[in-house]
Design a protein around this ligand. Structure first.
Ligand code: SF4
Ligand code: SF4
Length: 302
């Protein structure tokens, strides 16, 4: 027996997620901005001591940061440096490992859903696009293209002896723009925004971002999953329309071939859970990966 629609969810994952995205943005921008203000104070004759970001318990960027004196590296950035320099240092592995372990345990693309500032920007652009009534295609590029782009970035880094994605990454462009007012990376961000408005819905995050591709490869092992209750589902398609990753990753559950969204693409963002009128979806720690829990029919590769 199907449940009746209930649209009055008291809690929305998107509220919490947007809060985390903003806190992450402020956390990375604040130390450098504070140091800039100190220097500005000195330049106009103030006598407060000038602190540098390195004095603070946290500073850095999404590529490389220091937390309580411990250096952390973006694993994909570290891989590019290894490919470009053709050398390997244990320190790089030790700095990338904690990040890899955290996202590996949670869900690889939780970085995309909860931390990446480009995702936040694109959600805003998407809201504007919908307001303007601009229609774009859902999947103009296959979602797994980003896996191949990530591989191409590593090969190109090796061939050019340069960490290629770091040169045109919209994440560092946004970081540098906010912190230093740098406009050099604006063209990358502008191209992504134009693509969102006129070419394809979330095409950058869904199909093109090599960092998203890297985390997709890591994504299937995470313990935070979306769970499906087939008794409650009324097949309204609201979850597919809301999915930040790709509507097709919900197909295995909606066709009752699985009870968990297992695709490495899933960002654990909770947008589908927020959109579901009958609470047929829930986001949480689900360790079970037993295909036997699925109803009749075989599990599908997502
Ligand atoms: S399936 Fe749900 S949690 Fe996963 S990316 Fe799509 S909307 Fe987010
Ligand atoms: S799981 Fe998806 S299709 Fe089913 S009721 Fe919820 S939003 Fe609608």
């Amino acid at each position: 027996m199907k449940r009746t629609p209930n649209t009055s969810h008291s809690f929305k994952w998107s509220w919490l997620r947007h809060g985390v995205q903003v806190v992450a943005l402020v956390l990375f921008a604040a130390p450098v901005l504070l140091a800039g203000w100190s220097l500005f104070g000195v330049s106009v004759g103030g006598d407060d001591p000038v602190s540098t970001p390195a004095d603070l318990p946290f500073f850095g960027s999404l590529s490389s940061s220091t937390v309580g004196g411990v250096t952390l590296l973006d694993p994909f950035g570290a891989l590019q440096v290894v490919a470009a320099s053709k050398t390997f240092e244990l320190d790089w592995l030790l700095a990338a490992l904690p990040v890899l372990i955290v996202y590996g345990l949670v869900r690889g693309r939780a970085f995309c859903g909860w931390i990446c500032p480009v995702n936040l920007l694109l959600e805003l652009v998407d809201a504007v696009r919908r307001k303007l009534g601009l229609k774009v295609r859902e999947t103009p590029v296959p979602r797994h293209a980003k896996l191949w782009i990530a591989l191409a970035v590593l090969v190109l880094s090796a061939l050019t002896s340069f960490p290629v994605f770091e040169a045109f990454s919209p994440i560092s462009a946004l970081n540098k723009g906010i912190v230093f007012g740098a406009v050099a990376g604006v063209w990358v961000l502008a191209a992504i925004v134009v693509a969102e408005l006129f070419w394809g819905h979330r095409v950058w995050c869904r199909a093109l971002c090599p960092l998203g591709g890297f985390y997709e490869a890591l994504g299937r092992v995470g313990m935070v999953n979306v769970k499906y209750d087939r008794e409650a589902c009324i097949h309204c398609d609201a979850c597919r329309k809301a999915c930040l990753a790709d509507p097709s990753i919900l197909d295995p559950v909606l066709t009752e071939r699985d009870i968990l969204v297992r695709a490495g693409d899933c960002m654990a963002c909770g947008s589908c859970v927020d959109a579901c009128p009958t609470r047929a979806l829930a986001l949480g720690l689900v360790r079970s990966a037993k295909p036997a829990e699925a109803p009749a029919g075989e599990r599908v590769e997502a």
